[in-house]
Design a protein around this ligand. Structure first.
Ligand code: SF4
Ligand code: SF4
Ligand code: SF4
Ligand code: FES
Length: 959
C-alpha cells in the first residue's frame, strides 16, 4: 500500500466542448477551450512550477512562479492565468524563465523560517518542492531580516513575534511565521466552502492572513471544514494530528460515515492509525471538499468508551458479563428461539441501521426474514425519510431523488424546503452557495431563519417563514398560483403525465381555498410573498426542489412529498439537469438501508413481500419459505411489546431509546421485552435495556458500500481490521446459522453479488465495477451499465407521472393556553444525530450541550434571559434546557437539537406520525417554556440510569 498522491493540475478543468490544439515544449496537446496553459502542460505530463495555483481554485496569478514564454508574444505571462489558444507555441523551460523563477523563490525563502528538518510538513511542502524544482542554491538577501511575523528589536538584539501561532481550533494550527501570503486559504474559504471567514489584512510587506478581525480561528466565522488546510502549500495551516504523528505512509480511499452527502476520503495512515482524512478529489459526491465531521471527527473510532468484546446478562439489572463470540451468539439464538416457542413466530424482529453498509443491512433483513421466519424488520429511515420513499414512488415510480448533486450547478431557482444544508449536509450546502453566488435564485421555506436565508454573499429571494405543520398548505398555495396564473407547462404535462389524475388535481388545486390568501392565516406567510415565490419557481428557468426532514417528519410528510412532486411536474421540472425533487438524506446510508429491503412490507428494490413472483425468486436463492404478510413497523413493535406480544428485538447500530419519539414509551417497550440485542460501538441508551451486546465495527473497519442521497453507491474500504475481531455481517450470519438457517459469506463482495442477483436496480453492481468506476448511481443494470445520474429523462419510471390530490389536514397537535408554543427540532453542523460519535470527538468544542432557541419576545414574556435554565413541557413529558435567545426563531416557535441524551428532547415529542408511513411528527410539538433551574424528573431518572450503567458495566473498553 502506498500514499495516494492526486495530481494537482493547477487550475480547474474547463467544461467547454470546443477543443483547442497548441504546442508546449515542442509537443502537440489538445484540450478544451478555456483550459489554462498550466493545466494543458500538466495534462501532457509537464509540471510548471507554481505556488499560488491549485486545481480546486480559480487561477489568481500572484506568485509569478509559473511564467512561460509564448512564441511571438512579449513578456513572460503566468501560465495559470493565461488560457490556451489555437496554434500557440509555449516554452516552459528557458534560461530566462529559470532565472526569473529562482529570483521569485529567493524572495520567498528569505522570508521563511528554515526549520525544514523539524517542520511537520517536511516532505509534504510545496514551498520546499518548488525550491528544489527551480534549483535554488543560494539566497542573496540572507535569512535574518524582518519577515511577516518577526521583527528585529530596535537594538537589533533579538527578533520579536507580533503575530502569534493560533492553536485555538481543536484540529489544526495556524502558524503565520510560515505563511507566504499566497491567499490559497482565503480563496478556498470563499470559493470552495463559501464561508468567507478569512481575509488578507495589511498591505505590501505587512499583509497577512487573518480570521475575521484578527480573531482566533475558534472564535471566528470558520466552520472548520478544512478547505484552507487542504489548500495551504506550506505548514502554515497544518492538521494537529500530522504535527503529532508525522507524515502518513499509506492511504485507502473510503466513504464518510456521517451524513447522506457521502463524501469520499483518503484515509491517510501510519500502520493502522489514521493520521488524517483527506477529501478525495475524484469523489463523485464531494469532489475534494469536506466538512468538520468527515474531515476531523473520526476520534470516536478508538474512544475509550468503545466496547470490543461481546457481553451478555440474564436481566437488565445484572452486571454485564464478557463472553466469547461463540457464547454470545449461542446465547442469543437460544433466547430468541425460546421466545418464539413460547410467544409465536412473530414475537421477535429487528431494526436495521442507516449507519451500516448495504451489505450489513441486507444480511440483517435476510436473517429476520429467513431465520426468524417473519417480516418484522424495519429501519431507522422509518423516523426520517420513509415519506420520501412513499411519496416519490407514488408520483414518479422510484423511491429516491431525481438528480445528482452536480445538477444544482445548472439550476436557476432553488426551492429549499425544511432543510438546513449548511449544518446538516455541509458539502452540498457549499455547492448550493456556489450556485447562488453564480446567479441562482433561492426560495427558502422554513420556520427558522437558517443560514442560507442570509449569510456572506448569499441572500434568499424569498423566505417563506411558515408555521410548523403547514407545509402542505404552502405547497398547495404555490401550486394554486402556478395553475391559476397559467404558469404551468401544458406540453410537458400532456406528454408525460397521467391526464385523468392531472385533471382531478387541477380542479382541486384551483379551488379558492388553496389560494395563498385563503391560507395566509394558517401558514402565517403573506400571500404576496407566496405568489412571488411561485412565479419565480415557475418562470425562473430550471427549478430544483431540495428538501429535508422538515418535510418528512410531519403527520402529512408523505402528502408534502407528493405536493412537491406535483409542483415539479406542473412546471416541467423533472427529467433533465438543474431541476428535480431531491431529498437531502440524514444519515450516510438512509437511501441504502431502504434500498436493501429493510421495510416490513418490501424486499430489496422496493418489491412487496406479497408479490408471489418476487417472493419465489428470494425463496429460490435463499432456499427457504418466506412469509407473505408484511411485518411490524417500529412503532407497532413498541406497542406490541407494551401489550406483551413482541418479546425480542435485534437492534443494529441504532439508539432507539434516544432517537425515537416519546422516550418513556420506547423505554417501557424495551423494558417489557425478554431479549434485546444491541449491535453497536458503545453502550448507548438502548443498551441500558439490552441482554446481549454484540460489538460493532466503525466505518474504518468496514468493507462494503454506502448509498448516498443521489443514489450513488460508494465503496467503504477496510482501513484497518475490525477491533472486535469480526465483521458485523459475520456475526449476523453466525446468529442466523445458530437460529437454524445456515448463512455464510466469504467476504462482503459476495453479499453485494447476492444483492445484485436479487435486485433489478443493482443488477450491474459489483465491488469490481465500483473499484473500476469509483462509484455508480443506481439503477445500474444492462440498460445503464455505468449507472444513472439523472432519473426520469424522457418519461417517468412508473410510465405517466401521477398527480396526487394533496388535501391539507392540520395536525392534531395544537397549541392552547397550557402549551402555547410549538417546538421544532433539528441538528447542527458539528454534531451528528444522537451524538454517539461526535460527542466522543473534539467537536464538542462547538456544541457542548443542546440549547433551546427562543424568540426574544417569547423569552421576555417569561422572564427568560440568554443562558438561563428553562423547563420545557409538552402533553407527553418535560425536560430542562439552557435558553438561547435567538431572532432566527419566529415568535411562537422554539427549537432544539437532540445530540445529547441528557437533554431528553424526545421525552417531549409526541407519538403523532405520518398517515402513510408512521414517520414521527418530530417537527411539531405544542409546549410551554418556563424558568426553572431544576432538572426534570426524566433527567433525574436518566442520571440514575447512568449511575446504574456504570455499576453494571465491566472494564471492557477499548485501549
Ligand atoms: S496560510 Fe497557507 S494558503 Fe494561506 S496565504 Fe499563508 S501559505 Fe498561503
Ligand atoms: S476551515 Fe473552512 S471555514 Fe474555516 S477558515 Fe478554513 S476554509 Fe474557511
Ligand atoms: S458533508 Fe456529510 S458526508 Fe461529507 S464530510 Fe460532511 S458529514 Fe461527511
Ligand atoms: S502559480 Fe501562476 S502566478 Fe502563482
Amino acid at each position: 500500500m502506498t500514499l495516494i498522491k492526486e495530481t494537482d493540475y493547477g487550475t480547474p478543468k474547463s467544461a467547454a466542448e470546443k477543443m483547442v490544439t497548441l504546442e508546449i515544449d515542442g509537443q502537440e496537446v489538445t484540450v478544451p477551450e478555456g483550459t489554462s496553459i498550466m493545466r494543458a502542460a500538466m495534462e501532457m505530463g509537464t509540471k510548471i512550477p507554481k505556488l499560488c495555483a491549485t486545481d480546486m481554485l480559480d487561477a489568481f496569478g500572484s506568485c509569478r512562479l509559473c511564467l512561460v514564454e509564448i512564441e511571438g508574444r512579449k513578456g513572460t505571462p503566468a501560465s495559470c492565468t493565461t488560457p490556451v489558444a489555437p496554434g500557440i507555441k509555449v516554452k516552459t523551460q528557458t534560461p530566462r524563465l529559470a532565472q526569473l523563477r529562482k529570483g521569485v523563490m529567493e524572495l520567498y525563502i528569505s522570508d521563511h523560517p528554515l526549520d525544514c528538518l523539524t517542520c511537520a510538513a517536511n516532505g509534504d511542502c510545496e514551498l520546499q518542492d518548488m525550491a528544489g524544482a527551480v534549483g535554488l542554491r543560494e539566497v542573496r538577501y540572507g535569512y535574518e531580516g524582518d519577515n511577516h511575523v518577526f521583527k528585529k528589536r530596535a537594538d537589533g538584539s533579538q527578533n520579536i513575534r507580533y503575530q502569534p501561532k493560533d492553536d485555538s481550533n481543536p484540529y489544526f494550527t495556524f502558524d503565520p511565521a510560515k505563511c507566504i501570503v499566497c491567499s490559497r486559504c482565503v480563496r478556498a474559504c470563499e470559493e470552495v466552502q463559501g464561508t468567507f471567514a478569512l481575509t488578507i489584512d495589511g498591505r505590501g510587506f505587512d499583509s497577512h492572513v487573518s480570521a475575521g478581525m484578527d480573531e482566533a480561528f475558534l472564535d471566528s466565522e470558520c466552520v472548520s471544514c478544512g478547505a484552507c488546510v487542504q489548500a495551504c502549500p506550506t505548514a502554515t495551516l497544518s492538521e494537529k494530528s500530522v504535527i503529532e504523528m508525522g507524515q502518513p505512509e499509506h492511504s485507502v480511499v473510503t466513504t464518510c460515515a456521517y451524513c447522506g452527502v457521502g463524501c469520499s476520503f483518503k484515509a491517510e495512515m501510519k500502520g493502522d492509525e489514521v493520521v488524517r482524512m483527506v477529501p478525495y478529489k475524484d469523489g463523485g459526491a464531494n469532489e475534494g471538499h469536506s466538512c468538520v465531521k468527515g474531515r476531523f471527527a473520526w476520534g470516536y473510532t478508538t474512544h475509550k468508551d468503545r466496547i470490543t468484546t461481546p457481553m451478555i446478562r440474564e436481566k437488565i439489572t445484572d452486571p454485564w458479563r464478557v463472553v466469547s463470540w461463540e457464547e454470545a451468539i449461542g446465547y442469543t439464538a437460544k433466547r430468541f428461539k425460546a421466545i418464539q416457542e413460547k410467544y409465536g413466530r412473530t414475537s421477535i424482529g429487528g431494526i436495521t441501521s442507516s449507519r451500516c453498509t448495504n451489505e450489513e443491512v441486507f444480511v440483517v433483513q435476510k436473517m429476520i426474514r429467513a431465520a426468524f421466519k417473519n417480516n418484522n424488520v424495519d429501519t431507522c429511515a422509518r423516523v426520517c425519510h420513509s415519506p420520501t420513499g412513499y411519496g416519490l414512488s407514488r408520483t414518479f415510480g422510484t423511491s429516491a431523488g431525481t438528480q445528482d448533486f452536480k445538477s444544482v450547478d445548472e439550476a436557476n431557482v432553488l426551492l429549499l424546503i425544511g432543510a438546513n444544508p449548511t449544518d446538516a449536509h455541509p458539502v452540498f450546502g457549499s455547492r448550493m452557495k456556489k450556485a447562488i453566488r453564480n446567479g441562482a435564485k433561492l426560495i427558502v421555506a422554513d420556520p427558522r431563519r437558517i443560514d442560507l436565508v442570509e449569510s456572506a454573499h448569499v441572500k434568499a429571494a424569498h423566505h417563506l417563514q411558515l408555521r410548523p405543520g403547514t407545509n402542505v398548505a404552502i405547497v398547495n398555495a404555490l401550486a394554486h398560483v402556478i395553475m391559476t396564473e397559467g404558469l404551468e407547462k401544458r406540453d410537458y404535462i400532456n406528454e408525460r403525465c397521467d391526464p385523468v389524475e392531472f385533471a382531478r388535481w387541477e380542479a382541486f388545486i384551483k379551488e379558492e381555498r388553496n389560494s395563498p390568501e385563503a391560507l395566509e392565516e394558517i401558514t402565517g406567510v403573506p400571500a404576496a410573498e407566496v405568489r412571488a415565490a411561485a412565479r419565480l419557481y415557475a418562470t425562473g428557468g430550471n427549478g430544483a426542489i431540495y428538501y429535508g426532514l422538515g418535510v418528512t417528519e410531519h403527520s402529512q410528510g408523505s402528502t408534502m412529498v407528493m405536493g412537491m412532486a406535483n409542483l415539479a411536474m406542473a412546471t416541467g421540472n423533472v427529467g433533465r439537469n438543474g431541476v428535480g425533487v431531491n431529498p437531502l438524506r440524514g444519515q450516510n446510508n438512509v437511501q441504502g438501508s431502504c434500498d436493501m429491503g429493510s421495510f416490513p412490507h418490501e424486499f430489496s428494490g422496493y418489491r412487496h413481500v406479497g408479490d408471489d413472483t418476487v417472493r419465489q425468486m428470494f425463496e429460490t436463492v435463499w432456499q427457504t419459505a418466506l412469509d407473505n404478510e408484511p411485518g411490524l413497523r417500529i412503532p407497532n413493535m413498541f406497542d406490541a411489546a407494551v401489550e406483551g406480544t413482541y418479546k425480542g428485538i435485534f437492534v443494529q447500530g441504532e439508539d432507539i431509546a434516544q432517537s425515537d419519539p416519546n422516550t418513556k414509551h420506547v423505554n417501557h417497550a424495551l423494558e417489557s421485552m425478554e431479549c434485546v440485542v444491541v449491535q453497536d460501538l458503545f453502550l448507548n441508551e438502548t443498551a441500558a435495556f439490552a441482554h446481549v451486546f454484540l460489538p460493532g465495527t466503525s466505518f474504518l473497519e468496514k468493507d462494503g458500500t454506502f448509498t448516498n442521497a443521489e443514489r450513488r453507491i460508494n465503496r467503504v474500504r477496510m482501513v484497518k481490521a475490525p477491533m472486535q475481531g469480526k465483521h458485523e455481517w459475520q456475526a449476523v450470519a453466525e446468529l442466523a446459522t445458530a437460529m437454524g438457517y445456515p448463512m455464510h459469506y466469504n467476504d462482503a463482495s459476495e453479499i453485494m453479488d447476492e444483492i445484485a442477483r436479487l435486485t433489478p436496480t443493482f443488477a450491474g453492481v459489483s465491488f469490481e465495477k465500483l473499484d473500476l468506476l469509483g462509484s455508480v448511481q443506481w439503477p445500474c443494470n444492462d440498460k445503464a451499465p455505468e449507472g444513472t445520474p439523472l432519473m426520469h429523462i424522457g418519461g417517468f419510471v412508473r410510465g405517466k407521472g401521477r398527480f396526487v390530490v394533496t388535501e391539507f389536514v392540520p395536525t392534531t397537535e395544537r397549541t392552547n393556553r397550557s402549551f402555547p408554543l410549538i417546538l421544532t427540532t433539528g441538528r447542527i453542523l458539528s454534531q451528528y444525530n444522537v451524538g454517539a460519535q461526535t460527542r466522543r470527538t473534539d467537536n464538542v468544542a462547538w456544541h457542548k450541550e443542546d440549547v433551546l432557541e427562543i424568540h426574544p419576545h417569547d423569552a421576555e414574556l417569561r422572564g427568560i434571559r440568554d443562558g438561563t435554565m428553562v423547563s420545557i413541557s409538552s402533553r407527553i413529558g418535560a425536560t430542562t434546557l439552557k435558553a438561547k435567545i435567538s431572532e432566527r426563531m419566529p415568535q411562537g416557535v422554539v427549537y432544539t437539537t437532540f445530540h445529547h441524551p441528557v437533554s431528553g428532547a424526545n421525552v417531549i415529542t409526541t407519538e403523532n406520525s405520518d398517515w402513510a408511513t408512521n414517520c414521527p411528527e418530530y417537527k411539531v410539538t405544542a409546549v410551554q417554556v418556563n424558568l426553572s433551574n431544576q432538572p426534570s424528573d426524566w433527567q433525574k431518572e436518566w442520571e440514575e440510569r447512568e449511575e446504574e450503567n456504570k455499576r453494571v458495566a465491566p472494564m471492557v473498553a477499548a485501549e
